[in-house]
Design a binder for this molecule. Structure first.
Ligand code: DHB
Ligand code: FE
Length: 285
């Protein structure tokens, strides 16, 4: 039986990817950010998954306004880093896991969540920046990655509660896969940020801190938070945070009798570009 060993949460600011790709991670502006990820990188080396189920959002890169899937699962064997206007990032090809991805699609759709199945897709900074933050700059990503794209760009976007319940369905799907493998689920995007309009540059440390506290200790209550609260408090792009609830919903303690996870790492940093950056690792007991 496959099982979920841990959930990892991280922001995906594109400027972080550019800083790494252009050799600027040691500069005074970036140094504290990358230093803050060192314990997470060490933890990941010591706790390697067999597969990462990576919940992220596409930024009108693979999908345009012509087709907007709410939830899309990547079932391909490979996913190319996307060209977002400056050429593709110089990062490795993402190797998928078609067998597990197809199983999860089958199971989750049978649990009444409508997923779009994607057999060909390029992956943008939403997926590659989290990998870069957690793995640095390897010649190849150390394990297969199943991309799971959530629409948080074009309204209507899914509620926090739908994301949370979907996480529970994903956990059941993973646990019914008949290979003995360790799966990590990553929830990415956020934290507070707004990229456009009069409030561009908005960062709300108090909101982000409370979000992290609640994500750890009271996720079911956090899942009830309405969209308008994210947008008002965390900025228009802060809505990306609902994706963290998918990963959190897949943890053991959400189900009856499940033990609370261990906080293996927590980090918060401002600023990175126009954005607050958060990183959290929860290990299943
Ligand atoms: C930026 C873009 C993002 O997608 C994001 O989540 C945070 C920041 C940016 O362009 O700075
Ligand atoms: Fe984003």
């Amino acid at each position: 039986m496959a099982h979920i060993t841990a959930s990892v949460y991280t922001s995906h600011v594109p400027a972080i990817g550019a800083a790494l790709d252009l050799g600027k991670s040691g500069e005074p502006y970036w140094q504290p950010l990358f230093k803050g990820y060192e314990p997470a990188k060490k933890w990941l080396k010591e706790n390697p998954p067999d597969v990462i189920f990576l919940v992220y959002n596409d930024h009108a890169t693979a999908f345009s306004l012509e087709v907007i899937p709410t939830f899309a699962i990547g079932t391909a064997a490979q996913f190319k880093p996307a060209d977002e206007g400056w050429g593709p990032r110089p990062v490795p090809m993402v190797e998928g896991h078609p067998e597990l991805a197809s199983h999860i699609a089958q199971s989750v759709i049978q649990q009444d969540f409508d997923l779009t199945i994607v057999n060909k897709m390029d992956v943008d900074h939403g997926l590659t920046v989290p990998l870069s933050l957690m793995y640095g700059q390897p010649a190849a990503w150390p394990c297969p990655v199943i991309p799971f794209a959530v629409n948080v760009v074009q309204y209507p976007v899914p509620s926090g509660n739908r994301c949370f319940q979907l996480g529970r369905a994903i956990r059941r799907a993973v646990q019914s896969f008949d290979q003995d493998i360790k799966v990590q689920i990553w929830g990415t995007g956020g934290m507070s940020h707004q990229l456009q309009g009069p409030r561009a540059g908005l960062i709300n440390r108090e909101f982000d801190t409370a979000f992290l506290d609640q994500l750890i200790a009271a996720p079911a209550a956090l899942a009830q938070k309405p969209h308008i609260d994210y947008v008002r408090e965390a900025g228009s792009e802060g809505i990306e945070l609902v994706m963290w609830l998918i990963a959190r919903g897949a943890m053991n303690d959400i189900e009856p009798g499940g033990k609370a996870p261990r906080v293996a790492h927590r980090f918060y940093h401002v600023p990175a570009s126009n954005t607050a950056v958060g990183n959290l690792i929860l290990e299943n007991a």
